[in-house]
Design a protein around this ligand. Structure first.
Ligand SMILES: CC(C)(COP(=O)(O)OP(=O)(O)OC[C@H]1O[C@@H](n2cnc3c(N)ncnc32)[C@H](O)[C@@H]1OP(=O)(O)O)[C@@H](O)C(=O)NCCC(=O)NCCS
Length: 342
């Protein structure tokens, strides 16, 4: 794939994590372009577009600082969509450094066509440091609200540049190497084997059933591949077993699993984002059930982080309400239901 990386104001292709990215992504078989943009002399979004237009079309766009903001101009002019757009420490307004503000203004102060940008951007990821000394969190939040991308805040990440220690950026490789697609017949054995290797019993017959349900339109299963290796999956149950969802036509994200060796790398986050995108075409709301036991602790945190809130019906057992004083086993069927407007 063609990966194009855009540096920021007074930047160059040879600083921050750019040389590392060039080496790592080239070794992985990608073609990497990191153009030197005119800065500070002749720095305008229009002049940068002229340089950008000399490059072959990108499959993946990555920008840092005002280079991230510049991606919006690239997407504004795009005629066909890219696969992924990654905005690292975007600048979406003045940063109270007059010299930089003068250079940056033509980049963010522009009448963008947000619907077109969203249609061209592919999977959007916004990465930002929680203590960025130049662009506070209001900047990435503004972008997130406009493009509705996945948003990760990196603790003590500052401006995610060389000064802050970001001469390498493995999280970018995690994002780039992940692809998500619907379940295929050849996946069923591979998935069962992968879970069996980590001691989880998930027979191939379960995924054969999911495949049948995919054909009949009852359930869609999305599979995540990391460097083309199976990493995890999630399913969308278009008609939930839980009555309050079913009766209100709220599709359910159900059966989310990531292999242990691929956990904590954003796989589940990307799977849920992909499911949300698919559901959004049919429903303004979606739901998830989460177990109450410690086994589901990671999932509970994840859903909270992604904006899911309890549906106010309290816990259920086997999808049935539990009355005060009732006795039920404490097991995987004890579930709290969460909803999200998309
Ligand atoms: C719950 C589960 C699906 C989460 O999968 P995961 O792929 O590890 O989840 P993510 O990596 O997207 O997010 C986990 C954490 O990693 C962080 N993360 C996200 N992207 C990251 C990246 N690229 N690099 C490093 N960390 C990242 C997230 O911020 C998140 O932090 P948090 O715990 O503070 O929320 C997984 O633990 C699992 O399969 N559990 C067993 C089955 C289960 O409970 N399923 C849910 C049923 S309801």
């Amino acid at each position: 794939m063609n990966i194009t990386i855009i540096h920021g104001t007074r930047g160059s292709p040879n600083i921050n994590w750019f040389p590392w990215a060039r080496e790592v992504f080239t070794q992985a078989g990608h073609t990497v372009h990191i153009p030197a943009m005119p800065t500070p002399e002749n720095q305008t979004a229009q002049n940068w577009l002229e340089v950008y237009n000399t490059l072959p079309p990108a499959d993946i766009l990555i920008g840092h600082s005002i280079g991230a903001t510049f991606l919006l101009h690239v997407l504004q002019h795009a005629k066909s969509p890219v696969k992924k757009s990654i905005f690292v420490a975007p600048v979406m307004g003045d940063i109270d450094f007059p010299e930089y503000d003068a250079l940056n203004k033509s980049f963010w102060d522009f009448p963008f066509d947000w619907a077109h940008i969203k249609a061209m951007a592919g999977d959007i990821t916004i990465l930002h440091g929680d203590n960025d000394p130049y662009a506070p969190l209001t900047h990435p939040q503004k972008l997130r609200d406009l493009v509705e991308g996945d948003y990760s805040i990196i603790k003590d990440g500052e401006h995610l540049n060389g000064e802050a220690g970001f001469t390498e950026f493995p999280m970018l490789a995690d994002i780039i190497n992940l692809s998500i697609r619907p379940l295929k017949a050849e996946d069923t054995e591979i998935i069962a084997e992968a879970f069996s290797e980590q001691g989880w019993n998930k027979p191939a017959s379960q995924y054969e059933r999911y495949l049948e349900q995919q054909t009949s339109g009852k359930r869609t299963t999305l599979v995540a591949l990391k460097d083309n290796v199976f990493a995890g999956y999630v399913t969308i149950l278009w008609e939930s077993h839980y009555a309050p969802f079913r009766e209100n036509n709220i599709p359910e994200i159900s059966d989310l699993n990531v292999l242990k060796k691929f956990q904590q790398q954003g796989v589940a986050t990307q799977l849920i984002r992909a499911a949300e995108k698919m559901i959004a075409r049919k429903s303004p709301t979606l739901g998830i059930g989460v177990g109450l036991l410690k086994d589901y602790g990671n999932a509970q945190k994840l859903y909270y982080r992604l904006g899911y809130v309890p549906d106010s019906n309290g816990a259920t057992y086997n999808c049935e309400p539990i009355e005060h004083g009732a006795r039920r086993p404490v097991d995987d069927d004890l579930v709290l239901w969460l909803r999200k407007a998309i």
